[in-house]
Write a protein that binds this ligand. Structure first.
Ligand code: NAD
Length: 477
């Protein structure tokens, strides 16, 4: 049994969670504890008690702890990547890549812990010193989704600890394994007083609810669906807690007539379908100018036909299974909705059998759609992308921006003029030119606009905006 880690102790849950491999539902990845609301409260109380001691330790001690965690993750990236692929379903190279990223994130914030700076302003009063400093928020609650089960926890836990906060962390119920493995590494890193880091696996309706409502949680960072994010955000704002929400997307990829066709096809296929399309930054709308439309669709179909959908751990698999039966049902429902609305399934969207019982769906390309259809306005979160045909660049830009979301967007073009204009006028938080909408650097700010995100940016040096609180001091000597 893999237990929760609360106040420096491994503690059994109120119930258990059986972690099933989506590539092979007969494969039990492990049995994990599930905390209830009382245990979540215990974790928050422990974090609140331990935090001042952690904040008083030197930046170098915090940096060393993060560095050790990063070193162990990188040393064990193959094993952690395999666990991740087994429980989430992304391919083994993708799983190892994600574990590597998590290690790099801890290394980055090991450096950032030493770089936290303040500011001195000239005072308007003689002899007065005016200083601006950054302090930890206190207890930070972390709620994460299933689709990046080690990287997202890492990019929240590392800055939270680097800047002197205590952490209560709840991974998604579907993927407790990677979160547990990360917690076990953190628990063994030494230097963290008991209670500074707490792992509380369990249902969102109980554990997540306590995190959102508890007065001692001073800041909450959430990544997940828009509907859950909004309700968590309202709870936090009602009691005046700081909140950061990273939510859904409906990310457009514009392909102009002047695009390099083979590059555009790679950018589209990689951005929409790899990691089984289960990325918040996945391209789900291809907005294609009429002069290249037919060639682009034909080439994407040909590329999709060359991809192998199979067990995530098998060599040569390009696309692993969908994460769960519920997500598979949602993907299939959206394909049906698109058909009913007049869309044409040009490729895939079919359930397929493999040697093991898994949730296997071929990547679906839906053509003849317009932007008002539900398939183009609502997040599917699977290997499903649709094509909207447009006349010119201005129409493409309009369609790209015509969405309640604003996480990531992309354009494939060889025109400097259109590339520059798109970077300026796209209403997304991250804009890509000739690179996939999914796939970002870990030291650059990450986040969206409109309905996709709320609050400060994540990652890189920008992360300090969320994990620290500013204090202004005035001193007369
Ligand atoms: P989800 O909203 O169902 O769950 C996210 C987390 O919230 C889970 O840990 C869940 O247990 C918890 N939760 C559920 N109910 C809760 C409640 N009432 N109170 C507090 N916590 C609660 O999302 P998911 O299905 O795990 O993840 C998929 C979604 O995540 C997609 O919409 C995707 O776009 C989004 N996502 C966004 C980003 C981003 O950076 N913008 C990154 C990855 C995933």
């Amino acid at each position: 049994m893999n237990n929760n880690y609360i106040a420096g102790q491994w503690i059994e849950g109120a119930s258990i969670n059986r972690n099933i491999n989506p590539s092979d539902t007969d494969d039990l990845v492990g049995v994990y504890a599930r905390a209830d609301a009382a245990q979540a409260t215990l974790a928050v109380e422990a974090a609140a008690e331990a935090q001042p001691q952690w904040a008083r330790m030197t930046a170098e001690q915090r940096s060393d702890a993060l560095d050790r965690i990063g070193t162990e993750i990188l040393a064990r990236k193959d094993e952690l990547g395999e666990l991740l692929s087994r429980e989430e379903g992304k391919t083994l190279p993708e799983g190892i890549g994600e574990a590597t990223r998590a290690g790099r994130v801890f290394k980055f914030f090991a450096g950032e812990a030493l770089r936290l700076s303040g500011e001195r302003l000239p005072s308007i009063r003689p002899g007065v010193e005016t200083d601006v400093r950054r302090e930890p928020e206190g207890v930070v609650a972390i709620i994460t989704p299933w689709n990046f089960p080690i990287a997202i926890p890492a990019w929240k836990i590392a800055p939270a600890l680097a800047y002197g906060n205590a952490v209560v962390f709840k991974p998604a119920d579907l993927v407790p394994g990677s979160g547990w493995a990360l917690a076990e590494i953190i628990a063994r890193a030494g230097a963290l007083p008991p209670g500074v880091f707490n792992l509380v696996m369990g249902p969102g309706s109980q554990v997540g609810d306590v995190f959102a409502k508890h007065q001692k949680v001073k800041a909450l960072t959430f990544t997940g669906s828009s509907s859950t994010g909004r309700s968590v955000g309202i709870e936090c704002m009602t009691r005046g807690a700081k909140v950061q929400l990273e939510m859904g997307g409906k990310n457009p990829l514009v392909v102009l007539n002047d695009a390099d066709l083979s590059q555009a096809v790679e950018v589209a296929v990689q951005g929409a379908f790899f990691s089984t399309g289960q990325r918040c930054t996945a391209s789900s709308r291809f907005i294609v100018q009429e002069g290249i439309h037919d060639k682009f669709v034909a080439a994407v179909k040909e590329r999709l036909a060359s991809l192998k959908v199979d067990h995530a751990l098998h060599k040569g698999t390009d696309i692993g299974p969908v994460v769960s039966a519920a997500q598979l049902k949602q993907d299939l429902e959206y394909i049906e909705i698109a058909k009913r609305e007049g869309g044409h399934v040009a490729f895939g969207g079919e359930l397929v059998q493999r040697a093991t019982n898994g949730f296997y769906l071929t990547p679906a390309l839906i053509t003849e759609t317009h932007n008002q259809m539900r398939i183009n306005q609502e997040e599917v979160f699977g290997p499903v992308a649709s094509v909207v045909r447009v006349k010119d660049y201005e129409e493409a830009l309009h369609v790209a921006n015509e969405t309640e979301f604003g996480l990531s967007s992309g354009i494939c073009t060889t025109s400097l003029k259109y590339a520059s204009d798109f970077k300026q006028r796209s209403t997304a938080g991250m804009v890509m030119v000739n690179v996939p909408t999914a796939g970002v650097d870990y030291h650059a700010p990450f986040g969206g606009r409109k309905g996709s995100s709320y609050g400060a940016r994540e990652q890189g040096a920008y992360a300090r905006e969320f994990y620290t609180s500013i204090k202004t001091t005035y001193t007369q000597a």
